[in-house]
Ligand binder design. Structure first.
Ligand SMILES: *[C@@H]1O[C@H](CO)[C@@H](O)[C@H](O)[C@H]1NC(C)=O
Ligand SMILES: *[C@@H]1O[C@H](CO)[C@@H](O)[C@H](O)[C@H]1NC(C)=O
Ligand SMILES: *[C@@H]1O[C@H](CO)[C@@H](O)[C@H](O)[C@H]1NC(C)=O
Ligand SMILES: *[C@@H]1O[C@H](CO)[C@@H](O)[C@H](O)[C@H]1NC(C)=O
Ligand SMILES: *[C@@H]1O[C@H](CO)[C@@H](O)[C@H](O)[C@H]1NC(C)=O
Ligand SMILES: *[C@@H]1O[C@H](CO)[C@@H](O)[C@H](O)[C@H]1NC(C)=O
Ligand SMILES: *[C@@H]1O[C@H](CO)[C@@H](O)[C@H](O)[C@H]1NC(C)=O
Length: 549
C-alpha cells in the first residue's frame, strides 16, 4: 500500500520524540542526516572452481491421506554454479565431456524413502516415493537428502508435510512446488477437484465498500477476478462474516490480511480460528511492507509459526516494499513473497513529499531505488528470484506481484491507465509472478476494465503458466517483453510493450515458433495488440496473449 498510514505512524513517533523517521531503513526528512540503511542482501562471493548447489523439496505441500494412493515425489535441484550460494559445495567435474549423474537418496529418521539418479546441473528432477510407508502427522517430517558423485557427497535438508485429514472438513490450499502454483478446490466448498488457481484481484476496501454492499462481491467475481483481499481493519465482525459468506456463495477466494495484528499473538489466534474453516480461504497474509516500516526482523517468522500451529492447511504470504532491506529475514517468514514496486507517476530522484533527494542511502520517493520506469518491476522480480536461489529457497517459495492501481496522491502524480496496469502485471508474470493482487479497489473504471480483461484471459493462460509440463523461454527486444510457455505442441506467447509508442514483435525471431504460427494463432488476451502471420503488433503500452500451434 502507499504511505498514508505510515505518515500516521510517523506522527506518532514524532510525538513520542523518537529519532529519525525511516522507510526501508533510510532517513527521509530534510532535517535528518544521511545514514546508510544497512540490511543489504549480501552478494554471494564467486568461486573460481565449480560448486554444486544441491537442493531438495517435496513436489506437493502439504500431502494429505487422500494422496497416499497416488505417486508422490521429491524435486531435486543440482545446478553447477560459481557463486557461494547457501549450501553450495565444491564439486570436482571431469575436465572434458559428460558430467554424469548424482545418486540421490532421501531419508526420514535414517530410513531411505526414495532414491534415484539426477544429472549434474539438472533442475526440478522428480524422484518418486510412496506415502504409504508413513503415518500422517501434524508436524513436518525432516528429510535428509544426500547426493553422491563418485567419492564426493553432498547433503541438503527439507521438510515433508504429510498432514492428517483436515478437521471439520476444512479446505486445503496446496502448493505445487514444481511451479509454485496454488491448488485448491472451489471456494464454494460444495465439492469439486483441486485445480490450479491463478490469483488475480485487488486489495479491496472493506468498511464502506464490500462490507456495506455485498453485491459488489458478485460483480467482482463476474469480472473474472479469482481472489478478493479485503483491507482491514475488520471492526464489525458481523459484516466480516457476511462478506466471507458471500464470497463462498459466489465462489471467489479470500486472501485474509492481518497487517495490523500479525505481531499480536492473541489477535492472530482469534483471527485464524475465526476464518480457518471457510472454504473460500485461499491463504493468509501477514506483514504489509514490514521492511518499509522496519518491523522486528523476526516478526514475520514468529507469525508464520503461529499460523501454522493454528491452521497448517493454507500458505502464508506478505509483501515487501523495499528494493533491498533485510530481504532474507522477512522472507524467511512466508511461503509467498510479493513485491509492490509502484513506478508510475513518480519522481524517482526527488521526493515530492519531503523535498529531499532520493539516493541509495536517503529519501523516500514512493518506489525504493527505482528509476521510474516499468523495468523497475521486472528488475525487482529478477532480484527476488536471484535472492531466492541464493538462499536455497527456489523450490519452496513463490513470488507474486502487486501492480499499481492507484495514484494522484502522495508520491504518485497520476493513476496508471488500464493498459499500463496490464503492462505492469504481464511484465511481472513474464518474470515469474504467479499471482497478481493490485493495490487497490475501488480504482478507476479504466483500470478495473483492463484488469478484468486480464483476469478473464488468465483462466486460459494459467493452463500454460501454471503447468508443471511447461518449458519457459523469455525474450526482450526493443523493450517488448515476451514470455513463452510451451506445453506439448502449443505455445503461449505473452508480449507486452513497455514503450509509449507502437512496436512489432516478429515471432520468427524465436526458434521453432514460425512453424507453429502456420498451424494457427488464437488471441487470448487483447490489451492493445493483434497478430498477423508471424508479426505481433503492439500499440503504445499494448499487451497481447496468443496461443500458437
Ligand atoms: C548448467 O546449466 C546451465 C543452464 O541450464 C548452463 O548455462 C551451464 O552451461 C551448465 N553448466 C555446466 C557445467 O554444464
Ligand atoms: C541435515 O539434518 C541433519 C540431521 O538433523 C544434520 O545433521 C545436518 O547437518 C543437516 N544438513 C544440512 C546440510 O543442513
Ligand atoms: C451495490 O453494488 C452493485 C454492484 O456494483 C451496484 O449495482 C449497486 O448500485 C450498489 N448498491 C448501492 C446501494 O450502492
Ligand atoms: C455491523 O454490520 C452489520 C452487517 O452489515 C450491520 O447490520 C450492523 O449495523 C453493523 N454494526 C455497526 C455497529 O456498524
Ligand atoms: C492484541 O490483541 C488482543 C485481541 O484482539 C487485544 O485485546 C489487545 O489489546 C492487543 N494488544 C495490543 C498490544 O494491541
Ligand atoms: C524477536 O526479536 C525481539 C526483539 O526485536 C526479541 O525480543 C524476541 O525475543 C525475538 N523473538 C524470537 C522468537 O526470537
Ligand atoms: C524531479 O524533480 C526535480 C526537482 O524538482 C526536477 O528537476 C525533475 O525534473 C523531476 N523529474 C521528473 C522525472 O519529474
Amino acid at each position: 500500500m502507499p504511505r498514508l498510514v505510515a505518515a500516521g505512524l510517523l506522527l506518532a513517533s514524532l510525538l513520542r520524540g523518537s529519532p529519525a523517521a525511516t522507510w526501508c531503513g533510510k532517513n527521509y526528512m530534510a532535517t535528518d542526516p544521511v545514514v546508510p540503511p544497512g540490511g543489504q542482501f549480501p552478494v554471494p562471493d564467486t568461486s573460481s572452481s565449480s560448486l554444486l548447489a544441491f537442493r531438495c523439496a517435496p513436489i506437493i505441500k502439504p500431502y494429505l491421506p487422500e494422496d497416499a494412493s497416488s505417486p508422490a515425489g521429491f524435486l531435486i535441484d543440482a545446478p553447477v554454479t560459481f557463486s557461494q550460494v547457501v549450501g553450495a559445495a565444491p564439486i570436482a567435474l571431469p575436465a572434458h565431456g559428460f558430467a554424469g549423474a548424482l545418486d540421490v537418496t532421501l531419508k526420514i529418521s535414517g530410513k531411505t524413502i526414495a532414491r534415484g539418479p539426477v544429472a549434474v546441473n539438472a533442475t526440478k528432477v522428480e524422484i518418486p516415493f510412496s506415502l504409504k510407508s508413513l503415518q500422517p502427522q501434524a508436524t513436518q517430517f525432516n528429510v535428509e537428502c544426500t547426493a553422491t558423485y563418485g567419492s564426493q557427497t553432498f547433503t541438503a535438508n527439507t521438510t515433508l508435510s504429510y498432514l492428517p485429514d483436515p478437521p471439520d472438513g476444512r479446505s486445503v490450499t496446496k502448493m505445487d512446488l514444481r511451479t509454485g502454483a496454488l491448488l485448491a478446490k472451489p471456494a464454494t466448498g460444495k465439492g469439486g477437484a483441486y485445480e490450479t488457481v491463478f490469483p488475480v484481484g485487488f486489495y479491496t476496501n472493506f468498511a464502506g465498500y464490500i462490507a456495506s454492499n455485498l453485491s459488489l462481491i458478485d460483480e467482482i467475481a463476474s469480472q473474472g477476478f479469482t481472489v478478493i483481499h479485503p483491507i482491514p481493519t475488520f471492526d464489525n465482525l458481523t459484516a466480516l462474516a457476511d462478506v466471507v459468506q458471500r464470497m463462498e456463495e459466489v465462489g471467489i477466494y479470500l486472501m485474509y490480511d492481518m497487517r495490523w495484528t500479525y505481531m499480536n499473538n492473541t489477535a492472530v489466534t482469534e483471527e485464524v480460528n475465526r476464518i480457518k474453516n471457510s472454504p473460500a480461504l485461499l491463504l493468509w497474509y501477514t506483514g504489509d511492507e514490514p521492511d518499509g516500516t522496519s518491523d522486528p526482523l523476526n516478526a514475520t517468522s514468529t507469525a508464520y509459526d503461529l499460523i501454522y500451529s493454528l491452521d497448517g492447511y493454507h500458505p502464508v504470504s506478505l509483501v515487501l516494499n523495499c528494493q533491498d532491506y533485510y530481504w532474507t529475514e522477512y522472507t524467511a517468514g512466508t511461503d509467498i513473497v510479493m513485491q509492490d514496486t509502484y513506478p508510475v507517476g513518480i519522481n524517482a530522484t526527488w521526493s515530492v513529499e519531503w523535498n529531499t533527494p532520493c539516493t541509495p542511502d536517503y529519501g523516500d520517493c514512493g518506489c525504493d531505488n527505482c528509476a521510474g520506469s516499468f523495468e523497475d518491476i521486472s528488475t525487482r522480480m529478477d532480484e527476488f528470484a536471484q535472492r531466492r536461489f541464493a538462499d536455497g529457497w527456489e523450490l519452496s517459495k513463490a513470488v507474486w506481484t502487486v501492480p499499481q492501481g492507484f495514484g494522484a496522491s502522495e508520491y504518485w502524480s497520476r493513476v496508471p491507465t488500464g493498459k499500463e496496469f496490464v503492462v505492469q502485471s504481464v511484465l511481472a508474470i513474464n518474470h515469474g509472478a504467479l499471482g497478481v493482487v493490485s493495490w487497490d479497489a475501488p480504482t478507476t473504471d479504466d483500470v478495473t476494465a483492463s484488469a478484468s480483461v486480464l483476469a478473464k484471459s488468465l483462466a486460459t493462460m494459467k493452463e500454460f503458466i501454471l503447468s508443471p509440463q511447461a518449458t519457459f523461454a523469455h525474450v526482450v527486444s526493443d523493450r517488448v517483453d515476451v514470455g513463452l510457455w510451451t506445453v506439448g505442441a502449443r505455445t503461449l506467447v505473452l508480449a507486452t510493450n513497455l514503450n509509449y509508442e507502437a512496436k512489432v514483435f516478429d515471432m520468427r525471431s524465436v526458434k521453432g515458433l514460425a512453424a507453429k504460427t502456420l498451424l494457427g494463432t488464437k488471441q487470448v488476451l487483447d490489451s492493445g495488440a493483434e497478430v498477423q502471420g508471424h508479426i505481433i503488433s503492439l500499440e503504445s503500452v499494448g499487451t497481447g496473449g496468443f496461443v500458437v500451434g
